[in-house]
Design a protein around this ligand. Sequence first.
Ligand code: GLN
Length: 529
Amino acid sequence: MRLYELTAHELKEKIERREVGVEQAVRALLDRIAEVDEAVRAYVTVAREQALAKARAADERLARGEPARPLEGVPVAIKDNMCTRGVETTCSSKILKGFVPPYDATVVELLERAGAIIVGKTNMDEFAMGSSTENSGFFPTRNPWDLGRVPGGSSGGSAAAVASDEAVAALGSDTGGSVRQPAALCGVVGLKPTYGLVSRYGLVAFASSLDQIGPITKDVRDGALVLGVIAGHDPRDSTSVPRKRCDYLKGLVPDVRGMRIGVPKEYFGEGMAPGVRAAVGAALKTLQDMGAILADVSLPHSEYALATYYIVAPAEASSNLARYDGVRYGYRAPGCPDSVTMMTQTRSEGFGAEVKRRIMLGTYTLSAGYYEAYYLKALKVRTLITRDFDRAFEKCDCLVSPTSPTVAFRFGEKMDDPLAMYLSDIYTVTANLAGIPAVSIPCGFGEDGMPVGLQILGKHYDEATVLRVAYAFEQATDFHKAKPVLRDAGAGGAAMGGAAARGAAASGDGSGEAGGGPTRKAAGGEADA
Ligand code: GLN
């Protein structure tokens, strides 16, 4: 196994045992980026020199006999909407081009304090608005499983980086699904923590009441490991909640016997691709075979979730994005005769179409006369959606659903139809509206052998249960071990792509390819039936 293929916990152990040096690990990863990123395009910035300098410092620390820290030497990628001191932070927007933050986001500080090495900043939909990374102001990122398809979004760069072994772990941000949906589409693990658990200080705001930073990792153990590092109270974020620190690794027991898992019927309706339905159905059967008790539940206000989200999120965005005026950050339109023209020009040239659409929507729903009809109404429905969850959790330990209604789609497929794009978030936005934690884990393969994600949602601050169920499922299956095969990156990616490692799709075609695809390890076998 190559160094860059290891999980964070595997790599950290090797470093701890002094089998591998930090610089050696970081170089291997940087070489991997050089090898495949021309094709995948996960990164907007690779912080090569900074990463190597920090790696050497870490090696010196270890040579002095200091103990290895929780993420010692683990190369991590950061979505480009989190501030990194001295490293350009753009939100993949032309308007922030050239912005070099003078400070680190709290999560970045915490990762580095835990020994992680930040290797670069990943591509995203501009200001995290989108579900495919096609809204990046720079270039789209490609899905490592099929370079003709999107990696999901908005944290598409982070998910693609982890899936293609261009990062051992990554951070994304999730306002309506942007950690979970790209994780699902790229076959990796993505966790959105409870609102308030992880500091947003230094995260460029999209919709402040929904935004939450979360890890994207190769397995659930890594998700728990990274969460343990980044979670915790931060006085610099007024919505950060003071709570005792928690070791999420301790709760990872591969046992779901007797646990009550709710299956919300509204999340299994129309619009779901047959391959996704089959893979998620097989996953539910697996959980049941493992001793979990499945229960039908209803979240009756789910049908309003998307509409509610697309009022609340743009409203907050329109307010948050007012600060990009050509004065304080990044880009300024040249040659303007006065300040009003300069601000108008800067914003016209600097923002992309989707961002402008959201600013207009948000400004409209917040304006006098419409505020009550739209924004206030949306806030009320948001409360109803939260209560739906409260009621469901009276009977269940957690809920499960698909993460995304489809597998990764092709470039351009939804770009002309914003509503079709917004539908990608139908199963994910509710967790943000309610503020609850949710994880997406690989649970099989659907249409065209593309990865499918299973979403597990939990009670506020009950990341432990969500992670435990995810871990147990992962231990009973091998889906997370499947890797896309990237070949001949040097040739510009033309010959790349394909997913030789993918196995019997749960879509029912049963065509496990040579090379040993992922299968169920535990009893049963419908996944490869
Ligand atoms: N796709 C959703 C949107 O466009 C969610 C984005 C996100 O979570 N950042 O708003």
